[in-house]
Design a protein around this ligand. Structure first.
Ligand code: GRF
Length: 211
């Protein structure tokens, strides 16, 4: 059975979606940099081992990432899933787990990397917004794209409404991307992800689907 470690910093709704997806894998641990992350309790209530590595207890990113990496490595994961993990990881950390770290970002990358994606999407007046699951590289929010889900931006949308609509799609896209990984269907070729095998959505979907 393949092994997953999930990293969170907050409420953990994407983590919950992954746990609920009944993937053919063991979630070996949920690790948070934030002792107050709501998702920790949720993970414990599902019988998943939880660990806190509080970044505030380390003088710099490098020393935090070293300890974090050692804790992760002790679970021998096949995949590390960043689910609302709000720390920038060092190049050394990312190279240590090369091509085995996934992230979900709440925009259609490469549009709106970084923070406040929903506010910025509304400010720009984009008609389509969404989320992206990608492999993590040392360049923030710009690793090879695995799956994207798009939603329409509707007249009258505000940040919370748009965020909620995108989050609903995040909860579908992330388990699907992880399932593809676990089934060996993802290959990185020239910095791009190829999804092999038949699938209804070869890496993209729009919600609601066009009639
Ligand atoms: C999600 O919007 C995710 O895309 C972003 O941070 C948020 C985390 O939410 N990276 P949750 O903790 O999974 O509920």
């Amino acid at each position: 059975m393949k092994r997953i470690v999930i990293l969170i910093s907050g409420r953990g709704s994407n983590m919950q979606a992954v746990l609920d997806a009944k993937l053919d894998a063991t979630v070996a641990a949920v690790i948070s940099n934030n002792p107050a992350a709501g998702g920790l309790e949720l993970a414990r209530s599902r019988g998943v081992e939880t660990v806190v590595v509080n970044h505030r207890e380390y003088p710099d990113r490098a020393s935090f990432d070293l300890v974090l990496g050692d804790r992760i490595a002790s679970y021998q994961p096949d995949l590390i899933v960043l689910a609302g993990f709000m720390r920038i990881l060092t190049q050394a950390f990312i190279e240590r787990f090369n091509d085995r770290i996934m992230n979900i970002h709440p925009s259609l990358l490469p549009a709106f990397p970084g923070m406040d994606t929903h506010r910025r999407a509304l400010e720009k007046g984009v008609r389509l917004h969404g989320c992206t699951v990608h492999f993590v590289t040392p360049f923030l929010d710009s690793g090879p794209i695995i799956i994207q889900a798009a939603v329409s931006v509707l007249p009258g949308d505000d940040e919370p409404r748009l965020a909620a609509r995108v989050l609903e799609q995040e909860h579908k896209a992330y388990p699907l991307a992880i399932r593809w990984f676990l089934n060996g269907r993802l290959a990185i070729e020239n910095g791009r992800v190829r999804v092999s095998g038949d699938c209804r959505y070869p890496g993209a979907f729009i919600a609601p689907e066009p009639a």
